[in-house]
Design a protein around this ligand. Structure first.
Ligand code: GDP
Length: 498
């Protein structure tokens, strides 16, 4: 594979979409012209897809073997020869937030564990999705098994344990992150960053001080050239690998998921577009309201593209337009879905789930099962339309990469608001590849090579950010930049050989 060719191939697809975003949202462009460009865009994407397919198998094999390597390394780290003397990182699942946010907390802990080559111990004793009444019989059951009493694992109600032989957080010495740091070696080799302490307790990411360079959106230096070559969003794929390891459903959850898969006839229904409508407590605090019609525009866009692809292959069959709907607002099912059903769309999903998902009824084991179901089903769809301001949707998108570890699924989403981010991440930067002279007051100047801190994509051809050279804040054409992907050493991947 030639890196230049691979990057250009992906940039072409990106730029075709940016061009479409620009035309679609420019008010002065007549609808007749928009329809023309839309068809042309889909036709371009079809040919790009064929170019994509030339080396697809080869790329898939390489990405799959990278995934196998990572899974094997994590498995070894999590199953040390002797748990009594293993160096450990302890992650406590008590963050006062929702499921997506908690899983991201655990993922960040795992990143630290991989970077420093320490076994991750999960303390889920006080997991809020399992309430007090549900907890006591479970504690009885778990404490009669081989569980360590200090970390008694509510986690195992939903997921397999993170280790087969090391769940115990005890050790001969223990301290919190800050006190474990050897400042002389900080930001050198991750293994040297810590004094000789066996067990380190982690705070939440937002209050981690000092902050090492391997925090999101950084990817491991050791695998970075391989990963950048093979995937359009290397960090998202990497987090997907972490999720693949940590989120292995327990027997009960697996059974529940299988029953629901059958009930929804998921396997027979593809292609499916997944929609996540996040409302209740999120609206006007962290996100704006979006009607179902707004989501449906992008559902249509997906199916229109698919139909054009089929026509170019001389296939005239009409694809059924199937949508998996996940939401925390049950009124979407009652008030907004019927209008689209009457237009021929089929909605699958469980309107009852949204009742347990609403803000007042969120924290119980039933609601935990339901959010796992929604996240799982969204990640198994062919395309997701959602708001990346929600951790639920970002989680589903990350898991989508893990479900198909060999396939680059980085483009299979549309977010109505934010670009992808990891809560508490280090700054997300881009590099200007073309100069830009502002055409309006709201735009900023770019000189090739400038570093730009990106804040968002307005999905109209423009992104918003700060030019770190001039400190100017404002809009710039997205196609004039490329991602600046940060890398740092991860002890666990030191032995990686391409
Ligand atoms: P965020 O607040 O949307 O960023 O994501 P969090 O996961 O941190 O918190 C939202 C919580 O609301 C979820 O974890 C669920 O418990 C609930 N929730 C939100 N949307 C859905 C949904 O579509 N389905 C279900 N079952 N629950 C949801």
């Amino acid at each position: 594979l030639d890196p230049k060719y691979e990057f250009s191939r992906r940039k072409l697809t990106n730029d075709v979409n940016e061009l479409w975003n620009y035309i679609r949202s420019t008010e002065t462009v007549k609808s007749e012209m928009k329809n023309f460009v839309k068809e042309l865009k889909n036709s371009l994407l079809f040919d790009l897809d064929i170019i994509d397919k030339r080396d697809e198998k080869y790329r898939q094999n390489r990405l799959k073997s990278l995934s196998n390597y990572i899974q094997k390394q994590i498995h070894e780290l999590q199953n040390p020869n002797d748990c009594k003397i293993a160096e450990k990182i302890v992650c406590t699942l008590n963050k006062g937030c929702g499921f997506g946010c908690q899983i991201h907390h655990l993922s960040y802990c795992m990143i630290i564990a991989l970077a420093t080559k320490r076994t991750l111990i999960l303390n889920s004793k006080n997991w809020r999705y399992v309430n007090k009444i549900q907890r006591s019989p479970i504690i009885d059951k778990l404490s009669s098994s081989s569980q360590s009493s200090t970390t008694t694992s509510m986690w195992e109600l939903a997921f397999k344990p993170l280790s087969e032989n090391c769940l115990d957080d005890s050790g001969t010495s223990r301290t919190n992150w800050l006190n474990s740091i050897d400042h002389q070696h900080f930001d050198e080799q991750p293994s040297l960053q810590h004094r000789n302490v066996q067990v380190i307790d982690l705070p939440i990411l937002d209050s981690l001080r000092p902050r090492p360079s391997y925090l999101p959106l950084t990817i491991p230096e050791e695998i970075s050239s391989e990963l950048k070559l093979l995937h359009g969003s290397p960090f998202v794929w990497f987090i997907g690998q972490i999720l693949q390891y940590i989120m292995k459903p327990s027997k009960e959850i697996e059974q529940f998921l299988n029953e629901k898969r059958k009930q929804f006839q998921i396997e027979q229904q593809h292609p499916i577009v997944g929609i996540h409508v996040r409302r209740t407590d999120k609206i006007n605090t962290e996100a704006s309201f979006h009607s179902l019609s707004e989501y449906m525009l992008y559902v249509d866009d997906y199916f229109d593209r698919l139909e054009l692809f089929q026509k170019r292959q001389n296939n005239e069959t009409k694809t059924k337009r199937i949508v998996y709907l996940a939401t925390d607002d049950s009124s979407v099912w009652k008030k907004e879905v019927p209008k689209f059903e009457s237009k021929g769309y089929t909605f699958i999903g469980d309107s009852e789930i949204s009742n347990t998902a609403s803000v007042n009824r969120r924290y119980s084991f039933d609601s935990l099962k339901n959010i796992i179901l929604d996240v799982w089903m969204l990640s198994e769809t062919d395309f997701i339309v959602c708001t990346f301001s929600s951790q639920v949707c970002r989680l589903a998108y990350e898991l989508m990469q893990a479900k198909n570890p060999g396939v680059d699924r980085s483009k299979d989403f549309f977010s109505l608001d934010d670009i992808y981010y990891f809560g508490g991440q280090n700054s997300h930067n881009q590099i200007a590849i073309l100069d830009h002279d502002p055409m309006k007051d709201s735009e900023i100047t770019l000189k090739r090579g400038d570093i730009i801190g990106i804040a968002g994509n307005h999905w109209n051809g423009y992104s918003k950010g700060i030019n770190r050279v001039t400190q100017q804040n404002g809009l710039y054409p997205g196609f004039k930049t490329k991602e600046k992907i940060e890398t740092a050493n991860f002890e666990l991947f030191k032995n990686f050989q391409q």
